[in-house]
Design a protein around this ligand. Structure first.
Ligand code: FPP
Length: 249
């Protein structure tokens, strides 16, 4: 009965975006509002992420890419960076078991070689433990920057032109996409259909700039720790009010 109701809700929502990207912003402001240290906002943000992931998975979303740490976030106070870098350890112990039960697969994009060893290990364990799951892919953008991603792809392609007989005439959009970090996602779902940004900021902030070419954007004033399952549903309803034309008529 319960399962039936979930299915019914998904149907009444219309088209479910297959890939949703989320810029989880406003953790610091949430903490300030609750008279707590900034890092408590990130902790609350993890709880919000867990609930939203489970809901997205129930609705049939295939990929959820979340901006957890950008290449620019290293300039934050050392204590805050340290706290965020510790989150994956807590994530693995506290949240991965439930995700695993829900058939969720964890992935990471970003320059993981620069992460502290413990952070890297925890994320690797999360990916390994869930790698056989066939449900929603929870894709963490961790130490991710879109321009850095494109720069790396350009370098790789230039190298192929120099060494591997690749003709510049054969450089296509698909070839470029194959060199981006999202190449590890299921082929049909590499580009987000919908990008959500919380906390009232109206920017992309170097989040998936190539992949967002045709994404719909949903901005809300809600601070990320307050973003919940109902708000996800509201974002999907708004997505369904938009007409995606991909440049056509
Ligand atoms: C932006 O809010 C949020 C972040 C930089 C970090 C978000 C990370 C999580 C919610 C958890 C990630 C989980 C794992 C396992 C890595 P802000 O600090 O910029 O907020 P503000 O703009 O109000 O200051």
């Amino acid at each position: 009965m319960f399962k039936f109701r979930k299915k019914e809700q998904a149907l009444s929502l219309g088209t479910i975006p297959k890939h949703i990207g989320i810029i989880m912003d406003g953790n610091g402001r949430w903490a300030k509002k609750h008279l707590q240290p900034r890092v408590m906002g990130h902790k609350a943000g993890m709880d919000a992420l867990q609930k939203v992931t489970i809901k997205a998975s129930e609705l049939g979303v295939k990929v959820l890419t979340v901006y957890a740490f950008s290449t620019e976030n290293w300039s934050r106070p050392a204590d805050e960076v340290k706290f965020i870098m510790n989150l994956p350890v807590e994530f693995f112990d506290k949240y991965v078991p439930e995700l695993d039960k829900n058939n969720v697969r964890v992935e990471v994009i970003g320059d993981t070689s620069e992460l502290p060893a413990e952070t890297f290990d925890a994320m690797k364990r999360a990916c390994d433990k869930t790698k056989h799951n066939s449900g929603l892919v929870l894709n963490f953008a961790l130490n991710y920057g879109g321009r850095a991603e494109i720069t790396t792809a350009v370098k790789e392609i230039a190298q192929e032109v120099l060494e591997a007989d690749l003709s510049p005439d054969n450089i296509t959009e698909d070839l470029i996409a194959n060199h981006l970090m999202t190449n590890k996602l299921p082929f049909l779902y590499r580009d987000p259909d919908l990008i959500i940004r919380t906390s009232g900021e109206l920017r992309l902030s170097n989040f998936l700039p190539w992949q967002a070419a045709y994404s719909e954007f949903y901005f809300t004033d809600v601070l990320w720790p307050d973003f919940n399952q109902e708000q996800l549903v509201a974002a999907i309803r708004e997505f369904n009010r938009r007409q995606r034309r991909f440049g056509g008529l």
